[in-house]
Design a protein around this ligand. Structure first.
Ligand SMILES: [Zn+2]
Length: 125
């Protein structure tokens, strides 16, 4: 057990700040740099994030959200308009890729914010 005391933190605030790419602690510094890499420490408040490991949770969350957006849209458009097959091949992969690239860093921010808010530590410590 660690001798450091853990102060309760708002999970909702941490998740929302992480979604916005901001430091879950102060909301001013950046949480990620180079698209998906967490900063070692917040440039504003100095809170450490380099030890947090989100692992597969952000891709899982991104696939879950993108799938629940793209598949119903695809089925709805097909049932309503029956567009040509080439349009399906052009539209849906492009939309899925764009949503994935947009949501992946935001999902990673949410996961890192939740890890920080719950006091998660690096494995083995
Ligand atoms: Zn900060």
């Amino acid at each position: 057990m660690s001798s450091q005391s853990f102060q309760p933190r708002s999970k909702l605030t941490a998740a929302l700040r992480g979604f916005a790419g901001q430091c879950p602690c102060c909301g001013r510094g950046a949480l990620l740099h180079r698209y998906l890499k967490p900063v070692e420490r917040c440039s504003h408040c100095g809170e450490a994030y380099g030890h947090l490991r989100a692992d597969d949770a952000p891709p899982w969350m991104t696939i879950f959200i993108v799938g629940h957006i793209v598949v119903p849209l695809l089925l709805s458009v097909e049932q309503s308009y029956q567009p040509p097959l080439w349009l399906h091949f052009a539209l849906w992969p492009t939309l899925a890729l764009a949503l994935t690239l947009l949501l992946l860093p935001r999902c990673k921010g949410v996961i890192l914010g939740m890890l920080w808010a719950t006091g998660a530590r690096e494995a083995g410590t």
